[in-house]
Ligand binder design. Structure first.
Ligand code: NDP
Length: 334
């Protein structure tokens, strides 16, 4: 039996944004425990760049994207917890730059009525990342100092809001005046333009020379050494990304010299390790959205066919908050 075709972005060779090509491919079929989701919105994340450019190894050709939200239109055998017509969202499952995606039901969360599918697609991956960073990697407490790099980015704005919700003191780094305004609007107490000003000196000045308890560093190569120097003794560096490139190898003795520091390199996958943890984190993010404790910025939405432009803008530091792709079917509905 021939399967219906759908539009999807495919990557046949590692490279720049231009390798993201719109193609007609067969709609995927559900297997046991899986659901077919008609996507209303697709989340773009920096990891999509690493997978496209070859920094993370991929079996090609592939459909990029690991986040989306939509409606279940078919369901496989053995999937009893969700049903056709349910509004769902997911993160950390490959192949979302498409009109339809097949996703294991265990990876889906139901989207509350009060939340649009667009907001759900915007909140899942970066929201749960901010949640584990502020609660589980380091349990931020009132009065503690947190340095958050790329503070106007997707994760950065959400993490800032969660940290402020815990009454921590947030120092954000950003590259432009516009981003500085967004970081402050999200609650950052201090904002450093790290492209012009030494963020280590600023972090030391703001903490009266002591340094911060925790650095959330997703920038990597260009910030890593400074992040270590901005910490107080026994502080924690959560290195959770490499937007500026991977961090070169370093001698662990450096951690001793800089004050018995801790470094971790976490990934969301290990913080949504089972479905109870996934449901808890997603629910917490949704509750914060509904209560207004967490606000999304979703100005950067592109038609699915403009995925290359979305990647180009993300890599050139032109985006703020969430980057979304909207598939053609969802356009027609909107
Ligand atoms: P962002 O919206 O934060 O975009 C990246 C930002 O990084 C840019 O806007 C820019 O902000 C900053 N940046 C600094 N240097 C560079 C550079 N040389 N090139 C490009 N950008 C640079 O993206 P996301 O919110 O999607 O992701 C943020 C980071 O978090 C990524 O590194 C990603 O891999 C990581 N991540 C990790 C997860 C995990 O579990 N480990 C989960 C989710 C995300 P500015 O202009 O202000 O400097």
């Amino acid at each position: 039996r021939r399967r219906r075709l759908m539009k999807a972005i495919r990557v046949a060779a590692a490279g720049g944004p231009e390798v993201l090509l719109l193609e007609d491919v067969p709609q995927p079929a559900t297997g046991r425990g899986e659901a077919l989701v008609r996507l209303a919105a697709i989340g773009v994340n920096y990891i999509d760049v690493y997978q496209r450019n070859g920094m993370y190894p991929m079996t090609r050709p592939f459909t990029p994207g690991s986040e989306g939200a939509g409606t279940i239109v078919a369901i496989g055998d053995g999937a009893t917890t969700l049903h056709e017509g349910d509004r769902v969202a997911y993160a950390m499952h490959p192949g979302s730059y498409a009109e339809y995606a097949v996703v294991p039901v265990a990876k889906l969360v139901q989207v509350p009525e009060a939340i649009s599918l667009r907001d759900a697609a915007a909140a899942m991956l970066q929201g749960m990342t901010a949640h584990y960073l502020a609660n589980s990697t380091f349990a931020l407490a009132a009065g503690q100092f947190a340095l958050i790099h790329a503070g106007a980015g997707g994760v950065g704005l959400l993490l800032t809001q969660l940290a402020k919700g815990k009454n921590a003191h947030v120092i954000s780094t950003v590259s432009t005046a516009h981003k500085e305004r967004l970081a402050r609007a999200a609650g950052a107490d201090d904002v450093v333009r790290y492209t012009e000003t030494d963020f280590v000196a600023e972090a030391r000045r703001i903490t009266s020379g002591r340094g911060v308890e925790v650095v959330y560093d997703s920038v990597g190569r260009t910030t890593f050494q400074g992040s270590l120097r901005a910490l107080r003794p026994r502080g924690l560096l959560a290195l959770f990304g490499a937007s500026s490139g991977p961090v070169p190898p370093f001698d662990p003795q450096l951690l001793n010299e800089r004050g018995s520091l801790y470094v971790t390199r976490p990934t969301l996958a290990h913080y949504v390790a089972d479905s109870a943890e996934l449901q808890w984190r997603a629910r917490s993010v949704f509750d914060d959205l509904i209560a207004g404790r967490l606000k999304l910025r979703t100005e950067h939405a592109y038609p699915l066919e403009d995925a290359a432009q979305a990647h180009a803008d993300l890599e050139a530091r032109r985006t703020t908050g969430k980057v979304l792709l909207i598939p053609p079917l969802a356009h027609a509905e909107a």
